[in-house]
Design a protein around this ligand. Structure first.
Ligand code: ARG
Ligand code: ZN
Length: 873
């Protein structure tokens, strides 16, 4: 069944107070929910409607209304609802249910992870705990009483403050938590287990002391420091940049090993996937450190953008997610290198979200319909949603944005609202008109902006003609123009930015609002080269006929960091695409020397900082090249890109070696922005050196053995794992064996160990199947599934896309297994084959065949059904 935004109605009843009691047991858990229910008088009622509660996968033990037990003949129960008769405008409903967390492999609702109990309720997991109005516009105050064996579960947590703790006569312990803020049930959380705690504290701007607590299994207490440091930085940043203070006296984070996503912002009790919170230098890479900083901040920022002000319905998901991703991106930019963060985010959006927006599951930032809401935790809702917020930020400016967010938070505190409310607050606080801009929320697809220009030397006048169009997407054949903030600079022959107005500004933001518009620049003294959509000012594709020489010029002169990097990407994509054609035509591959020249000047004459230089030296990924191709020939792309890497490695061997040596400083590990940049530069040089000759392979092997941190060790391992020579294969095998020997008891390390193999150029399907039988693998653990099967299907182009389609059949087999165990994981894993229309005919047909096979399965989850049926439409 499809749910439509246009059908939204307020609920018939509100719940003002929810008192929950959990009796946690080894075989089952009994839950008592006491709900204070009140008729919604905003709606017209001819008579009192039944109270229809959501609930699945539970055993109903008993129901009473105002303490009167209801006979089962008086209520009606289906697999999805409990419908109760009502005869008063206000009443107390008491519901007893029995659930089996031990058997819950979906990881939604209450479930077990190793020896602990934990919850995940967003979006609709609470209905697996008790019968409830499981929708975000129903906001109640919650208390949680937990009764359990204190020997097995010495730590018993829920939202808010601990208000009671007693030992019962039968040896059990009972604790009670109370959350003073009303909230939708998706923010409910419960944790019980034998956990160690690392404590810290934060003094808020107004001087309140907040206890910070990070809970993990005892073996991981040495991996908590970075998350706590990140949390304190995030708390301070939100006070300074948004004026947002934390509002409870305690903030808790719990790390769990079994988790479908990254983390969850439950009020006062965030629950994290272990891999997104735990780190120490011996085991975590720089990338992990930065990811933890971003995710800890993201979940913390939700306390205001999500919890204090929440979503009216799930169509509004981007209200909290787009805004919060924007907030965490700005935080990371302030903590690290701003231009590099922007490059990473824009690159991610273009490589991953653009294909989603051009594929069968394309949807607007605010979707209009869904079958299963879990399928809408997408790159479009999160990352494109963040770009939409960023565009508002760019339109109203930094101060204007703060005025808008202040108005939004004060006006809607304690409410469940819509993206429309957010835009309105921004509009009213700034007296701007965002009428056309709203189309970003309702139209799907990636707009294409075609730019042409003309220079009139006699009149010193330069004109830019900008045409926009957006390709059709499912359900949206025709589009109307978007309001695109289009940042432009003009560069003179010496590489300097030209002043574009009286104030001497060198970047102007053009408001593109029509299908075709011309912009005129006067007093332009010479023919300029345009720098378009600077800092990736809108999530669009820009087309301008740059020559390769012009791109080289921009690579060394554009004053906009993002466009300078992008010029290099464009040059490389153009060259790789040419090689793909050569490869397909059976020609000998020949590299345009200009790329070698460009790389040489980066390595020798560049004034760029190390983080930027590393970005500039990285070729566009195979995925990005694929996104830029009309038809994807995955193996040809792989061969072409590989040829470019090898040629650069050989021709610039000396330069890479010099750069490697200069940055191979062997200092004590610190995850600071500066040191991270230095390591990344050294390691990209090492990867080229390894392609050049056996000496490079020896160097990698040496680094693997001698590294004092996981970034260097893991870089060396993955370089060796992807190197071709017999010697390298031998080293890779030794390295993998010793790595496993050393780290087999560390869950995060095992994920790394699986993923480096799964993505390895020499790991074929048979090897993947072997690894699935290994102790290290567990189909019930999403991190392991992602590390092995996910990485294989998304990164191991050579073997996943093999000609006989066995890679696709394998993926479909795993999707069918997961369809029963964990539908959310199953539907996410499917993504690569849903893009079948983008591939060559032979591969497209083989992928489609597998989708059809999945479609025939009897008990398809809503999650998988929605994705497969849309992909075949
Ligand atoms: N709200 C969480 C976050 O963005 C994501 C939780 C999504 N969970 C899910 N089952 N879809 O931080
Ligand atoms: Zn979020």
């Amino acid at each position: 069944r499809t749910i439509y935004l246009k059908d939204y109605q307020e609920p018939d009843y509100w719940i003002d107070q929810t008192d929950l009691t959990f009796r946690l047991g080894e075989d089952y858990t009994d839950v008592t929910a006491v709900l204070q229910v009140r008729l919604n008088k905003n709606k017209q009622h001819e008579h009192l409607p039944n109270l229809v509660l959501d609930g699945t996968d539970m055993q109903l033990l008993s129901v009473s209304i105002d303490n009167q037990p209801l006979d089962s003949s008086l209520y009606s129960l289906t697999t999805e609802n409990l419908s109760l008769p009502v005869n008063a405008e206000q009443f107390t409903a008491t519901i007893n249910t029995r659930i089996k967390p031990q058997e819950n492999t979906s990881l939604e609702g209450l479930y077990r992870s190793n020896d602990m109990f934990c919850t995940q309720c967003e979006a609709e997991g609470f209905r697996k705990i008790t019968y409830y109005l499981d929708r975000p516009d129903v906001m109640a105050k919650f208390s949680t009483t937990i009764i359990a064996d204190p020997k097995k579960y010495p730590v018993m947590l829920s939202n808010g403050n601990l208000i009671a703790d007693e030992n019962l006569d039968d040896g059990l312990r009972k604790v009670k938590w109370e959350d003073p803020f009303k909230k939708p049930c998706y923010l409910f959380a419960l944790v019980a287990g034998d956990l160690a705690c690392v404590d810290d504290e934060f003094i808020t701007h107004s001087g309140r002391k907040v206890a910070l607590k990070l809970f993990t299994e005892a073996t991981n207490v040495d991996k908590c420091e970075h998350a706590l440091l990140s949390l304190k930085r995030a708390m301070k940043w939100d006070e300074e940049v948004y004026g947002r203070e934390y509002d409870l006296d305690i903030f808790m984070i719990v790390a769990v090993d079994h988790f479908n996503m990254g983390a969850m912002e439950n009020k006062g009790l965030n629950i994290f996937n272990s891999s997104c919170v735990l780190a120490k230098p011996e085991t975590a890479t720089d990338g992990t450190y930065q990811r933890i900083e971003a995710i800890v901040a993201h979940e913390y920022f939700h306390n205001w953008s999500g919890n204090r002000v929440t979503c009216r319905d799930w169509f509004q998901l981007s209200l909290k997610e787009g805004f919060t991703v924007f907030r965490d991106a700005e935080f990371s930019a302030d903590m690290n290198s701003r231009p590099v963060k922007r490059i990473e985010d824009a690159n991610f959006l273009r490589t991953m979200q653009f294909p989603e927006d051009a594929g069968p599951t394309s949807h607007p930032v605010r979707p209009a319909s869904y079958i299963e809401i879990s399928n809408f935790y997408t790159l479009t809702v999160y990352e494109k949603g963040a770009e939409v917020v960023r565009m508002i930020h760019n339109i109203v400016g930094k101060e204007g944005f703060r005025k808008g967010s202040d108005l939004y938070f004060s006006r809607h505190d304690g409410q469940a609202v819509t993206t429309e409310d957010f835009v309105k607050a921004m509009e009213e606080a700034n007296d701007v008109d965002l009428a056309l801009f709203r189309r970003w929320y309702t139209q799907s697809g990636t707009p294409v902006v075609h730019v042409s220009d003309n220079y009139d030397a006699a009149n010193k006048r330069y004109t830019l003609t900008v045409k926009q169009n957006c390709p059709p997407t499912p359900g949206q054949a025709e589009k109307v123009p978007f309001h695109i903030p289009f940042a432009v600079g003009l560069i003179d022959a010496l590489g300097n930015d030209m002043p574009l107005d009286e104030q001497g500004n060198t970047t102007l933001v053009l408001d593109v609002k029509e299908a075709e518009q011309t912009f005129t620049f006067n007093n332009i003294s010479e023919q300029p080269l345009p720098s378009l959509a600077r800092d990736f000012s809108a999530p669009v594709k820009v087309e301008y006929p740059y020559t390769r020489d012009q791109l080289m010029f921009l690579m060394s002169h554009d004053n906009d960091g993002f466009n300078r990097w992008d010029a290099g990407q464009k040059l490389a994509v153009d060259i790789i695409k040419e090689l793909v054609e050569q490869q397909r035509a059976g020609m000998t591959l020949a590299l345009d020397e200009r790329l070698v020249t460009a790389y040489k000047s980066l390595l020798t004459g560049s004034s760029l900082d190390k983080a930027m230089l590393t970005k500039m030296l990285a070729l566009p990924s195979e995925d990005y090249v694929a996104e830029e191709c009309d038809v994807i020939y995955p193996l040809s792309i792989h061969v072409a890109r590989d040829f470019v890497r090898r040629t650069l490695a050989v021709k610039l061997h000396k330069q890479f070696k010099t750069c490697f040596d200069a940055n191979n400083t062997q200092k004590a590990y610190q995850p600071t922005a500066e040191d991270i940049a230095e390591r990344s530069l050294k390691n990209i040089c090492l990867s080229y050196l390894t392609l050049a000759d056996e000496q490079g392979i020896e160097l990698s092997w040496q680094q693997y053995q001698q590294a004092n941190n996981m970034t260097d060790r893991f870089s060396a391992l993955s370089i060796l794992e992807n190197a071709v020579s017999v010697k390298a294969r031998d080293y890779a095998e030794q390295a993998l064996a010793s790595f496993y020997q050393q780290w087999q008891r560390d869950a995060q390390m095992i994920e790394q160990w699986l993923s480096v193999q799964a993505g390895g150029e020499y790991t074929d399907l048979e090897k993947i199947q072997q690894l699935m039988q290994h102790n290290a693998f567990d189909m019930k653990n999403p991190n392991k599934v992602r590390a092995l099967i996910g990485v294989f299907a998304n990164r191991n182009k050579v073997h996943f896309h093999r000609d006989d389609g066995a890679g696709y059949a394998f993926l479909a087999d795993q999707v069918l297994v997961l369809n029963r165990l964990n539908p959310q994981m199953a539907s996410r894993l499917l993504t690569p084959i849903t893009r079948w229309r983008r591939y060559d005919e032979m591969r497209g047909a083989l992928m489609k065949e597998q989708l059809q096979r999945i479609m025939k399965e009897k008990d398809l989850s809503k999650d998988v059904y929605e994705i497969v049926s849309k992909s075949l439409k």
